[in-house]
Design a protein. Structure first.
Length: 109
């Protein structure tokens, strides 16, 4: 099944948009960012405002930041083999600062 999925992606028209393959988890060596759907608030958890903004550049930046951060938290060794851009390094640093700040505010997590 996995083999069929991975091979069929190369057939034109199988994916709705060819860019979808680039957004798949691990396509760029990073873990995927979180994904959200409706409703905007569920069990007290809210979809991040940036995703509701309609600003595609900010959404792309948020997704990259989350992807870099998830990789840093869960599979930091993957970052060692990647040549991060200056922007990616900045986003990762922002994520790390925000994460460490949250940890200090809520040490039980």
């Amino acid at each position: 099944m996995v083999l069929i999925d991975s091979v069929s992606r190369f057939i034109p028209g199988v994916l709705g948009h060819q860019a979808s393959a680039q957004e798949d988890s691990f396509a760029d060596g990073l873990l995927d960012c979180p994904h959200y759907t409706r409703p905007e608030v569920l069990d007290g958890m809210q979809v991040p405002e940036v995703l509701l903004s309609g600003n595609h550049a900010k959404i792309d930046s948020w997704r990259m930041k989350q992807s870099l951060g998830r990789t840093w938290l869960r599979r930091p060794e993957l970052l060692e083999s990647l040549a991060l851009t200056d922007e990616q390094r900045m986003l990762l640093t922002e994520f790390q600062v925000e994460y460490q700040s949250k940890q200090q505010m809520n040490p039980d997590n």
